[in-house]
Design a binder for this molecule. Sequence first.
Ligand code: AMP
Ligand code: GLY
Length: 420
Amino acid sequence: MGRTVLVVGGGGREHALTIGLLDSPSVSTVHVAPGNAGTAGIATNHDVSASDIDAQVALAKSIGADLFVVGPEAPLVDGLSDSLRAVGIPSFGPHAAGAMLEGRKDFAKQVMLDLNIPTAGVQHLTPETDLDAAVDLWGAPWVVKRDVLAGGKGVVVTEDRDEALDFIRTSIESDGMVLMEEFLAGEEASMLVMMDESGYVALPCSQDHKRVGEGDVGLNTGGMGAYAPAPVATEAVRARAISEIVEPMHAHLSSQSTPYRGCLYVGLMIDDEGAPSVVEYNVRFGDPETQVTVPLIASDLCDLLLAVAEGRLSESMPTFSDEHAMTVVLAAEGYPGPPVKGRSISGNLSDYIDSAGRAFIHHAGTGSSDGNLISTGGRVLASTGIAASLAEARDLAYQKLSEVELEGAHFRRDIGHRAL
Ligand code: AMP
Ligand code: GLY
C-alpha cells in the first residue's frame, strides 16, 4: 500500500509537486487543497482554503495523510506545520518561528548580519527619519522593502526618486516602518535547499524572470518564467554559496529548539566576480522555479520530502537527471495589476512527448465552470518543456504554449535569454 500525501495550495508550484509525487513509486494517492483544474485532473481536490489551519489539519487526519506538503508561505507563517506536528503528521515546511525568515524581512536580515552572511546593507526608515536625506544618502536605484508578507508586492526597485519616496511614505503609514536596502548589481539565481537537522541538499539552481516585460523591464511579478539549471550558478558560484550562505544557515537553523524542516529558498545575486549575496529568503519552494526543478529530481520525490519532514534527510539524499527545463507563464490580461478572471481557456492542453523531450501544462489560476476550463487568477498556467538541452526545452515550452488560447493573455518571449 503506497503513501497518501496532502499538498496545500493551488498554484503552478502545487501542480508540479503533485505531478512529481504521483510519479513517485512510493505514493498511491495525492490530495490537494484547494488545488486547481490541473490538480483536479490527476488528484483529489478539496475545497479547503490554504489559510484555514484547523480545516487543513482536520482534512489531513480524515484522509490519513502520511505526509503533508505545504506550498505557500502564509500558512507556514501562521503555524500550520506546528499544528500538524502536534498531532503527529509529518509536515514538509518549517514551523512558524522558521517561517519568519520570509514573513519578516527585518528578522531575516538580522540573522544574516549575526552569521556574517553576504547580503545588502540596510537602513530602517520610520516616521522620525529625514526621508529626503535617506534617499540622497543611498542614491539611485532605490530598493525599498516592506517588513510584512505582501504577496510579492512588498518591494520596489526604482530609479524614480518620487516613486521611491511615495512607496516609502505609504509603507511607513501602513506598517510604521520600511527598509531601505543597498542596491546589489549582478545576475539573480534561485537556490532551493532542502534541509533538516540531519543535513541539507541544494537542488539545481534556477533563474526566474520577475519583471513583467521582455528584457526584464516593467513591474515586478510573482515570476513570468524560469529555467534550470541556470548556467550563471557555475560550480564555483555554487560552492561559494554553499560555504558562505547555506552552511552557516544550516548550522544556525539546526541548533534551534525546533529545527527547520523544509525548503529554504535562497534568492541569490551573483556579481561580476562570481560572488553570491542573499537578496531574500523564502521558506518554501519557488513558483515558477518548482516547475523546472522538481522534474530534474530523478529519485522518488515523496521519499525525499518525507525524509525532510521526519528529520532524516541524510539517509535519503536525492539524485538528479542531467536534463534541462524551461517554463513560460501565461498571465491574464491586467496582470500584475488586477487580472481579468473567468475567461475560457481553450486549445490543446494535453501532454506531449517525443524524441526531443516532453512538454506539458502546469495549471495555476485555473478552475472549471459548467465543465469548461476558465481562468481564475493572474498567473493562469505555465507551459513547461524538458529536454537534453535548454534550447530544446525552450522550443518545446513555446510550441506547447502556442497551442493554448486565452483572450487578452500575455507571456514573455525571452525566457532564458541570459543563458541562450
Ligand atoms: P524580494 O521580494 O526581496 O525578492 O525582491 C524582489 C526583487 O527585487 C528581487 O528578485 C530582485 O530582483 C529585486 N531586489 C530585491 N532586493 C534587491 C537589492 N538589494 N538589490 C537589487 N535588486 C533587489
Ligand atoms: N518566483 C519567486 C518566488 O517564488 O518567490
